[in-house]
Structure formats: structure tokens, C-alpha cells
Ligand binder design. Sequence first.
Ligand code: ADP
Ligand code: MG
Length: 281
Amino acid sequence: FLAVFYRLLPRVRAINDLLHQAKGYQPWLENHDRRMSLAMAHQDYYPGTRRPTLDHGLRLEAVHFSYEGRTVIQTLTQDIRRGDFVLLAGPSGSGKSTLIDLITGVLSPQQGDILIDGISLREQDIWQWRNMISIVQQDNPIFHASVLENIAWGEDAPDRDRAIAACRQASAWDFVSALPNGLDEVLGERGARLSGGQRQRIAMARALYKRPQLIILDEPTSSLDSETEQGVLETLSQLRGTCTVIMASHSSKALPLANTIIQLDEVDAAATATGRGDDHE
Ligand code: ADP
Ligand code: MG
């Protein structure tokens, strides 16, 4: 019995580790499932087939949204021009993530419209629109795979040069190139060998690798300590002008990055928008 027990022990351990790992992904998976079913439920609202472009910008036009009668977004009108850096500011629960779901068509507004290059999202192919967008969340999954595979997520033939360029843009290249196997270094479960800031930089490189027209960041620094947050914000500030960025954050440190601030207030209070113009550097 003991002999069998000791032979089995490593396997039991491995299974236990796997279970532990799977548990770690559970909140992310549940969130993914929830968003996916929301997206499917709102799909009929977006029957369009036009190929979307984002050459000029997008416009929220008197957008109103409530969850079961509870108003979260109240007649919000805002122009976002191509290349803008938009900050969705407001305390937790003020509707930042809801507005992001509206922009990506995961949710649909009860009133008002979302226009891309002047054309209603309802006329556009919603899946193509989503393909033009990269999202970085507060916590992003790091897979037990190489850095390259983590960045070129889901691609059969990852482009190394493009991944390196994405790493550079995300200020990840310094630490990635210092890994023993560089881009081919296999990251441990949940990126255990990486610090929180490094994980966010990998997530940013993953987002940039797609060469999106629009990058959306939902509280990308809220799980980081203040010093790391500052570094990530500096990297983000370099994205300004290269592509359109929409970032949700309740951190006041994010304010100087933006040239447009959409201030969301507590539920049932009107949202006000402030455009600061282009001259802000
Ligand atoms: P933020 O991202 O700014 O923290 P959210 O957009 O997540 O805010 O939430 C805004 C409000 O909507 C909160 O009061 C939240 O409780 C509520 N809410 C969010 N998702 C749902 C949902 N699926 N059903 C009902 N209420 C929701
Ligand atoms: Mg949120």
C-alpha cells in the first residue's frame, strides 16, 4: 500500500495543482461567460452587416442605459475622435464598465445611439467592430505557455517581430528579453514568475499585438501598487496619438493622461462630459 501510495503521490499533487490553477481562473471564466451570454443576448439588437471603419471617431449620442429600471448611464452625449485618449472617471459602481460594454456592443442602449464614423452601430457588423478593439482588464489571464504564445494568443503562426514590437510599446521588452529564453520562456501557472506590473505589461503587449483601432482598458492599474501604477501609466501615456484609447479608472493619477474626460457619477445622477481639446499634453 505504501509503495503504491508513494508512487501515486506526485500525480495526486499534480492533479491538486491543476485544480488549484483552474480555481484561480474561475472568476475570470465566470466573467467571460457572463459577458459572452450578454453579447449573445444583445446580438439581435445589432443585425447590421456593414464593415465598420474608425477613421474619424465614435460618438455616443444621448445614450441611456438602465439595469431593470435602475439608471446607470443617463443621456450621455460625447464625441471621441480617432487618436483621443479618453478617461472614464468615476467611483466604483458609477457605470464605467457598463459604458465599455455599450461601446463594444455587449450591451445595447435603451435610448440613444452609438455611431462609428457617423454610422449607427446597429448598421455595422458587430463582430467586425469587436475585432477592431483590444481590451485590457484589471486582471488578465496569463496562460501556461511561452511569452510569445501569450502575446499572440490563439494564433497558429505567431509573428515574432510583431510580438517584439508590441513588447517594446508596452515597455515589456526589457524584462522579456532578460528571461533565459526570452520570448520562448514558458510562463508558470497564472504567470506566477511575473510581478503584477509585468503581467499587465504582457496583457498590454497582447492588446497591441492585434494592432487594434481602439484599445479599451478597464481599471488596468487598480490591482497594482502605486509605484508600479505610475510606471504602467507612463507606458500608457506613450500610446497617446498612436491609436484611440478609452480607459476606465477611478485613480486620480490617470487624469493627466487624458485629453477627454467622461465623468460618471453615482447611479441616478447625470453623467457630464468634459472635452479638454487637443492642446493638452
Ligand atoms: P463601475 O465599472 O464604474 O464600477 P459598473 O458599470 O460595473 O460600474 O456598474 C454600475 C452599476 O450597475 C452598479 O451599481 C452595479 O451594481 C450595476 N450593475 C452592473 N452590472 C449589473 C447587472 N448585470 N445587473 C444589474 N445591475 C448591474
Ligand atoms: Mg468596472
